[in-house]
Design a binder for this molecule. Sequence first.
Ligand code: PLP
Length: 424
Amino acid sequence: ARDLAAADPDVAAALDAELARQRDTLEMIASENFAPLAVMQAQGSVLTNKYAEGYPGRRYYGGCEHADVIEQLAIDRVKELFGAEAANVQPHSGAQANAAAMAALLTPGDTILGLDLAHGGHLTHGMRINFSGRLYNVIAYHVDADDHRVDMEEVAALAREHRPKLIIAGWSAYPRHLDFAEFRRIANEVGAYLMVDMAHFAGLVAAGLHPSPVPHAHLVTTTTHKTLGGPRGGVILSTAALAKKINSAVFPGQQGGPLEHVVAAKAVAFKLAAEPDFADRQRRTLEGARILAERLLRDDARAAGIDVLTKGTDVHLVLVDLRTSDLDGQQAEDRLHRIGITVNRNAVPNDPRPPMVSSGVRIGTPALAARGFGAQEFTEVADIVATAFLPGFDDETATALRKRVTALTERFPLYPTLAATTLE
Ligand code: PLP
């Protein structure tokens, strides 16, 4: 039994380099997080070897007794965490959760209503070359051109005009709460199902720091690896009435054998998400995003044409608006990369620049909160980010800012007990 370093030094070396990268930089991609060691141990377990097609107690393979225990724990815990009547924990990813959820409710050719990708929606909410755009007739709603908040009057008008069978509320880049009750009222009015994709804000919901979509939606999908801080994967929560349809849409509809090692890691993550430490981490996540927004709205940034969409945030991310700045999204991303901060550029609504350049940056705080950052550290991070965006950024500034980044990474060691190329 050779370990990884002996069996495959090439992969081992790249993994070691990735661990060093995660340790030495500030991760501010809004959809990323650091899974706790316990989650990674469960995922890197012997369950990777097990076929378990079917559901707990009803499998198509022998030897599933332990997989059953684990999957049932994951189901029970996530139902409890979010107060849902039913849960399917098998979707391999958020995209597959959405594909299965839509397959359960819709027939190809049916009409769906989702947030436009360029206004913060996700690929699976109806992008033209995604499965959602190819299978279904997509109508998109938008954010208001002035306040950049979802225009609920437009949602209602489009719903009345197009009578969608499914309305999707949820986003990948939007800094405010959605009005789930109003979405449901509109869905009821036109006889549509309401699906909320809470992938981004599920951790905030679990901590009670964001309104829950569960009481309002027919079904709720999520990823488990964003604010929720678990392994990469998906979940579908639904009413009891829809559970059978959802289960058969996931398996055998979309998937074969579930990734029970990932399900084990999900079960661990759901347990941790009910603990007080998790709520504190989500609180610091929100605090960090607020501090960042406030810093980027200060006079020196405003004078450089830098703005923040919706003038702030209620969630774990800030959308920097560079439409009136000489700095574009690509340059902003590159500057932060150079000083050891990882973000992604992002088109803003009505972006005048091409998508590969863009006029926005999406900056999130979940991973730094997982590292232990609180108000004081986020204040320092916010000032580093703002300074990097200001005119006059040169080699000297870059060196000074990189030093400040390194000081933070050294004060908050990531996975301090994790040795290179092993999980022990
Ligand atoms: N839904 C939303 C709102 C997302 O932001 C994402 C990922 O970015 C997904 C679904 C898809 O998740 P995955 O990347 O696991 O397929």
